[in-house]
Design a protein around this ligand. Structure first.
Ligand SMILES: Cc1ncc(COP(=O)(O)O)c(C=O)c1O
Length: 512
């Protein structure tokens, strides 16, 4: 048999590894140092970026140093910089550097956090970190939970656990095709701010997205709980089988928090699963000034959080907490001799594949564990309250300006508003131009403003729809954003708005 020395593993030898590793650290350090100066978005058409990476399948190995060069030469110039202090797209977090180091360490050992034996320290770190997260948001610390790829998978895990727990028959064995099912399973969320990932969950679970029932909201965009009760009664009378109510804990367009205490009571009274979707906002529970809005969160059967959003952890990292851990085991337990081994020994522990949807799993917990140790809850409190302050600052700029309209009170870090020149609003109010014509014009204008600011590279802002109108939306989910970044972005939006307005009015023939 050939000695291991003669067998080429293609592992980098230690000196080569060090050399490349130091270069890589240098590239990352320089990048982080220059992130504020980079255009936030590459602003190139898709075909152009596709062409950059149009390489043949590498038949032969290449020099690692040349591969590393591709990062600054080809990847970075075509990246969108979510870590920029003026990136405000989707609900994307900025990614703290400690997470990048943690990911490298996790990959170097390559534990599989699906099973304890393949990941003893990773499993225990995950268990500890989940407990810390529960403690941070004042959720019972004896809950179960795990890290997921993101909020969607956390919602799936929570809602599936709820379905298994509340269905009147064993859905794990019989599935949804069982003749024991007495009607259509239904789940409930607020009509304006309920998140689209819940539809995805309903589709993945085979419930179908028709199963998602939209409950009317109040003027502050939170669920009207009287309407929820009426709808539950109507659906039950029609033969449906409600099993879950989803409360938003920081909503996607306006950062609203549903009345959690009231939803919890409805769910308790009717034996429904209460799932809190806190992907955007659950971490805000650490802020004393916001605490009262979170009352009732501790009563949720399950809570989704997204460390890759408002803990600024690099992708991917979602999280689900489940009040009664045994319900997770009832949902996800699996059995196979090749997983368990044949003999019980002391050298085993909890296996995450038994309480969640994934079997093989990466060591996501490490980046949260290291970041929490690095920043501390106190440090996070300061970052989160600065995100909130930035949203409030933006709101005050909007309200001071004649050409912008505020659409809601700022609550957490997501803020939506509209560019709407005063003369056009006055014309619509006086009836010299029809309200519909002005609304349609403003939809197009706001979309153009978002597109143009993205291309400018100064900031990345997107639109959303509020009460069916296209509006600007900033998700200020970066530990680097300051009020000065908000000022710069706001002023750029205003300048682009003025320019695009005069252009677009000409093409629309809109005279006021
Ligand atoms: C309220 C809410 N729930 C769920 C999700 C889905 O999270 P992810 O994109 O991490 O899957 C999001 C994403 O923005 C969200 O805002």
């Amino acid at each position: 048999m050939a000695s291991s020395k003669e067998f080429d593993t293609s592992d980098l030898d230690p000196d080569e590894f060090r050399e490349l590793g130091y270069q890589m650290v240098e590239i990352i350090a320089e990048y982080l140092d220059s992130i504020d100066d980079r255009p936030v978005f590459p602003g190139k058409p898709q075909e152009e970026i596709e062409a950059v990476f149009d390489d043949p399948l590498p038949e032969h190995g290449q020099d690692p140093a040349d591969i590393l060069d591709e990062w600054p030469d080809r990847v970075l110039p075509n990246a969108t910089h979510l870590g920029s202090p003026r990136y405000f797209g989707f609900v994307n977090g900025s990614g703290m550097p400690m997470g990048a180091l943690a990911d490298a360490l996790a990959a170097s050992v390559n534990m599989n956090s699906g099973g304890w034996k393949a990941a003893p320290s990773a499993t225990e770190i995950e268990r500890q970190t989940i407990e810390w997260i529960a403690e941070m948001i004042d959720y019972p610390v004896d809950c179960g939970g795990l890290f997921t790829s993101g909020g969607t998978m956390a919602n799936l895990t929570g809602i599936l656990t709820g379905l298994r727990a509340k269905a009147e028959y064993d859905t794990k064995s019989g599935g949804l095709q069982s003749s024991d099912r007495s009607g259509q399973f239904t789940l409930y969320m607020a009509d304006h701010e309920g998140h689209t990932s819940i539809y995805r969950v309903a589709e993945l679970l085979g419930l179908g997205n028709d199963a998602v029932r939209l409950v009317p909201s109040d003027d502050d965009f939170t669920m009207n709980v009287d309407a929820l009760v009426e709808q539950l009664e109507r659906d039950e009378a029609d033969g449906d089988v409600p099993f879950c109510v989803i409360g938003q804990v920081g909503s996607i367009n306006v950062g609203a928090i549903d009345p959690l205490e009231e939803i919890a009571t409805v769910c308790e009274d009717r034996d429904l699963w209460f799932h809190a979707d806190g992907a955007c906002g659950a971490f805000g529970a650490v802020l004393p000034e916001k605490r009262t809005q979170y009352a009732g969160l501790e009563r949720a059967d399950s809570v989704t959080l997204d460390p890759h959003k408002w803990l600024y952890i690099p992708y991917e990292c979602g999280c689900i907490l489940i009040q009664d851990e045994s319900k997770m085991a009832e949902s996800f337990a699996m059995s196979a001799s090749y997983l368990e081994g044949t003999r019980r020994t002391p050298y085993e522990g909890p296996d995450y594949y038994e309480i969640g949807p994934q079997m093989s799993r990466g060591f996501r917990a490490l980046k949260v564990w290291m970041s929490l140790k690095h920043i501390g809850v106190e440090g996070y409190r300061a970052f989160l309250s600065r995100s909130v302050h930035c949203a409030e600052h933006l709101d005050s700029r909007v309200r001071e300006s004649d050409d912008f309209v505020a659409l809601h009170e700022p609550n957490l870090y997501i803020y939506s508003f509209q560019y709407a020149p005063q003369d056009l609003r006055a014309a619509a109010a006086e009836g010299t131009v029809s309200r519909e014509a002005v609304d349609e014009y403003l939809d197009e204008l706001n979309q153009r403003i978002a597109d143009e600011i993205q291309l400018s590279g100064v900031a990345f802002v997107m639109t959303t729809s509020i009460h069916d109108r296209t509006v600007l939306r900033l998700s200020i989910c970066s530990h680097r954003t300051t009020p000065e970044d908000i000022d710069r972005t706001f002023e750029t939006l205003r300048d682009i708005g003025e320019r695009e307005d005069s252009d677009l009015r000409r093409t629309h023939g809109l005279e006021v």
